[in-house]
Design a protein around this ligand. Structure first.
Ligand code: SF4
Length: 307
């Protein structure tokens, strides 16, 4: 535990260390409020990838999970990328291995592999193109092949297939255990008690939830919709960290998690203490083999080309 002195709070110490180390702090939308509040930028995977690539800094302190910090390293190999809690993994990303993907590719040699950004660097290096939940439909629509291996999220894969019936999508059966827990019965209950509310779901939710939602959007899409909409009340089906940002940016509107709040423990592992120690010691660097960086970068750059 880092002790606060009478004059300097832990937040003050982090800010002064950040300046001294020429660092930028990035936070995913699902991080705890204290981390979101101190970050230079808060966003979804795509927004944070762009910030990593364009940041004018020596160090990137990435408050999120492993695949996100790896993506930052792939896009900014010359910078030091720190993941304050090195063990913070994403169970969804870990649901497919390189061996699984190689076998699938051998079975469908005429297909392109589209990987969701929620994958390890190794999986990205074996993929033709990467996508995020914000641009998955556009990327798959624009690539020049009919047959697509989509990894690792089955619900996002199903959503892409529903929006592009002319393509053949072979989805890996992975899922996010946080989003998989949103249920149709909770949605029907919410509709009964709050018929005027807008229901917005993340495409990692089960298909029956997606079909009954008013909008299916990425977290950045949810933030834009909440601002633009005339509705006063929203039922949100994504990790509860986003509710904090939705409320902060729209104080006159009401936001509720669909059913009970769903929490990703990996996303909540990073505290201010961890961030301070990461900046001070710089000992939690993300390291990737140059060959993996080179190949994975092609998949990430193609994502921009096809959106
Ligand atoms: S919310 Fe789901 S997809 Fe996101 S980091 Fe947690 S487990 Fe992974």
């Amino acid at each position: 535990m880092i002790m606060e002195t009478n004059t300097l709070t832990l937040q003050d110490k982090i800010i002064s260390l950040k300046q001294e180390k020429k660092a930028v702090i990035l936070s995913h939308n699902y991080q705890i409020p204290q981390i979101q509040d101190i970050a230079d930028f808060v966003g979804d995977s795509l927004e944070l990838s762009k910030k990593s690539r364009d940041a004018d800094c020596r160090v990137i302190a990435f408050c999120g999970v492993q695949f996100m910090a790896e993506t930052a390293k792939i896009l900014s190999p010359m910078r030091k990328v720190l993941l304050p809690v090195k063990e913070a993994g994403c169970p969804l990303a870990e649901m497919i291995t390189a061996k699984d993907l190689i076998e699938l590719k051998n079975k469908h040699p005429d297909a392109w592999v589209v990987c969701y950004v929620n994958t390890t660097a190794e999986i990205k290096a074996l993929s033709d193109v990467c996508c995020t939940s914000a641009n998955a439909v556009t990327v798959v629509k624009n690539i020049p092949v009919k047959k697509v291996i989509f990894v690792p999220d089955k619900n996002l894969g199903w959503w892409v297939q529903r929006n592009i019936p002319e393509k053949e999508i072979i989805s890996w059966p992975g899922f996010c255990f946080v989003h998989e827990n949103f249920s149709l019965s909770d949605l029907e209950l919410a509709r009964k008690f709050y018929p005027e509310a807008e229901v917005i779901s993340h495409p990692e939710c089960p298909r029956e939830v997606l079909l009954r939602s008013d909008f299916v959007l990425s977290t950045s899409g949810m933030l834009k919709r909440a601002k633009k909409s005339d509705a006063k009340r929203f039922i949100i089906a994504t990790e509860e960290g986003l509710i904090y940002r939705l409320k902060k940016e729209n104080p006159a509107k009401e936001f509720y998690s669909l059913g009970s709040a769903k929490i990703c423990l990996s996303m909540k592992r990073t505290g201010l203490d961890d961030l301070y120690l990461a900046l001070e010691k710089e000992d939690c660097q993300v390291e990737l083999a140059p060959e993996i960086i080179k190949k994975a970068r092609i998949a990430l750059e193609r994502m921009v080309q096809f959106t």
